[in-house]
Write a protein that binds this ligand. Structure first.
Ligand code: SF4
Ligand code: ZN
Length: 308
């Protein structure tokens, strides 16, 4: 197969587009697509100090790589990386080792915070000794506590934005999940830059890869020789609805190429109206226990930790 643009040997065929791409043309087009998302949603603005959440995986590696290449040309924007060690033996220490190596190569400062130091327990300690039902919730504990750390520590390090490696597949799964669970509030907070939570303690989240398919991110990371860890978290997918939704979406894309793009575009068309018509009146306050933001008396992280 030959590249549709330059006729060199192709390395990827996009079924949804009906075109094959060589290494160089694909890489350029991929970057162009990410930069378009950054530009269209104003993800990077003058005066920004961006905290890039890194895990050692391909998505955060590509996010850091592309943002760093942009920031190098923008003296009015600053960037650092932040990693969280949840304490998942045999997995996280390896992935963070790769993240450290990559940040060093890019000359980007990296700050790592651990569950053990901050919450006095690792994720594994939190779920050990509990029943199978509780263990299936590892991702809930992990996600809530990690977001708590990333928001608080990024703010303390002076960031006004947190960039995450969420890709098109993650975003679509969230859209379907929020529909299935009837969670309108969460649905409205999707998008490349949700920016609907306004509070001095909340750091705006940005998702530069939100319009890039997971498969293409992996190919981009490989052909550009980025350092990323391929291992899988031992708690991934166990009993999760997200896992089933992911399977369904990929199955549909296989049968009907282009469905992922259509579904995302459709959601983007209705998102502004959703936000306008269903804006939440919930007042954000500070958690009575830790001082972080919440709409209740206590934040989710504090409530989860009470049961550990
Ligand atoms: Fe945490 Fe779940 Fe991801 Fe593992 S798969 S790192 S437990 S969110
Ligand atoms: Zn709290």
């Amino acid at each position: 197969m030959r590249c549709w643009k330059c006729s060199k040997r192709a390395i990827i065929y996009r079924r949804y587009e009906g075109r094959a791409w060589c290494k160089d043309c694909f890489s350029r087009q991929f970057e162009k697509n990410v930069k378009k998302t950054i530009r269209n949603s104003n993800l990077v603005e003058g005066g920004d100090r961006i905290s890039v959440a890194v895990s050692g995986g391909k998505d955060s590696a590509v996010t850091l790589f592309i943002l760093n290449s942009l920031v190098k040309k923008r003296p009015d924007v600053d960037l650092f990386a932040i990693g969280v060690d949840e304490g998942i033996p045999g997995y996280r220490e390896k992935s963070l080792k790769v993240a450290k190596k990559f940040c060093k190569k890019l000359d980007v400062p990296l700050y790592i915070f651990s569950f053990k130091k901050i919450f006095k327990k690792t994720l594994t300690e939190i779920i050990s000794g509990k029943n199978e039902n509780f263990k299936a919730k590892a991702c809930t504990y992990c996600g809530v506590l990690r977001r708590w750390i990333i928001n608080k520590k990024s703010r303390e390090l002076g960031a006004n934005k947190v960039a995450t490696g969420h890709n098109m597949d993650d975003e679509l799964q969230s859209i379907f999940l929020d529909y299935l669970k009837g969670d309108l509030n969460k649905l409205m907070r999707l998008g490349a830059k949700p920016a609907i939570i306004k509070h001095p303690k909340f750091i705006t989240r940005i998702k530069p890869l939100r319009n890039s398919p997971e498969r293409e991110i992996a190919i981009y990371a490989m052909i550009n020789n980025l350092d990323f860890y391929l291992g899988k978290c031992p708690y991934a997918g166990k009993g999760s609805t997200r896992f089933d939704v992911r399977y369904f979406i990929n199955d549909m894309e296989n049968k009907y190429p282009g469905m992922k793009y259509t579904a995302l575009k459709m959601f983007d068309n209705i998102l502004p109206s959703l936000r306008k018509d269903f804006a939440s009146n919930a007042v954000l306050k500070e958690c009575s226990s830790c001082g972080e933001i919440t709409s209740q008396d206590k934040c989710k992280a504090c409530k989860l930790l009470e049961n550990c």
